[in-house]
Design a protein around this ligand. Sequence first.
Ligand SMILES: Nc1ncnc2c1ncn2[C@@H]1O[C@H](COP(=O)(O)OP(=O)(O)OP(=O)(O)O)[C@@H](O)[C@H]1O
Length: 330
Amino acid sequence: MFRIEICGGDYKFLKIIGKGGFGKVYEVEDVLGIRAAVKVVKDEKLARNEYKILQILEGVKGVPRVFRFYDKETSFALSMELGGLCIIDPESGIDFKNIYVLADFAWKSIEILKNIHRRGIVHNDIKPHQFLISENRKIFLVDFGFSRRFKNGKFHKELKVLDKKQGNFLFASKNCHKGYSLSRRDDLISLGYMLIYLYKGALPWESCGNINNPADKWDKAYGIKKMKSVASLCKGMPSEFSKFLEYSISLEYSKKPDYRYLISIFKDLSALFSSKSNTNSTNASSSSFSTKDIGLTQTYFQLAETEVIDAPEFKLRVQVDIENPVSIML
Ligand SMILES: Nc1ncnc2c1ncn2[C@@H]1O[C@H](COP(=O)(O)OP(=O)(O)OP(=O)(O)O)[C@@H](O)[C@H]1O
């Protein structure tokens, strides 16, 4: 367990807001009422990598701004801008079965990935838990522990075959199953699987999650992924979703995706369903609508503008205290 001491007594611990496989995330508040998220991680390499990546991504819309890194013996933490609820938390109230909402989320997520990729970074662990929504419906992408630079200077890194799988078996691309080093295409493919999951509530290889042995779980899921066509995965959804997944899967390892094209697919679809929902229909087929319906600028989600918050006060001292339960010194 961790004990977090907040220097000077000027900070209020509000609550634990997340528990991941690698640590806990706390919400804290300073005297000015500025809230922040503090992620405490045991693995030094992951923590330092996440901090470094978040510094590189400073100013990218939809990525929380990082404040500080804390290093205390065997415990590490970073404080960052507070995101919000996970998009699949029922309290967020998001209805992803509404195509307008799903398509709006899709293009804004692609926009975030485009901007992250522009800085030379791939996320490498895209899944629903990494997307948060603030009270004013701004989307944030979090958890850059596995993220990497995909370029050496101007040049794309070479493809390597690694003997480890990383990320989440449910959303991992087939390239990831093959052990290939991940690139921009894999973030998009995982997003493609994720959009299907958000709409349908499950993916066909979900039951593999019950297999205890990780290697068997990944192998079994890979077997099912290989058998399922994109068309069958996207059955019952507008064709834009299969277009997106087909395109992403077809990309070569180092190929730069055509983000403008991908964003336009979902922007148009979202506008189409926005106008259609004004005439009271949420039919999942887009074929019956004419493109004349497109043109509304109304959106469901917002892309976060990173506010410049001067946060020198977030000077936390983080200590591991195996004996004691979580406590925050005020
Ligand atoms: N900046 C933030 N603002 C609000 N909540 C956050 C923030 N960062 C993380 N969280 C919450 O904490 C959870 C876990 O965070 P994160 O995914 O970074 O941890 P992790 O240990 O790397 O998780 P995983 O096991 O999924 O890899 C998130 O799903 C989210 O609910």
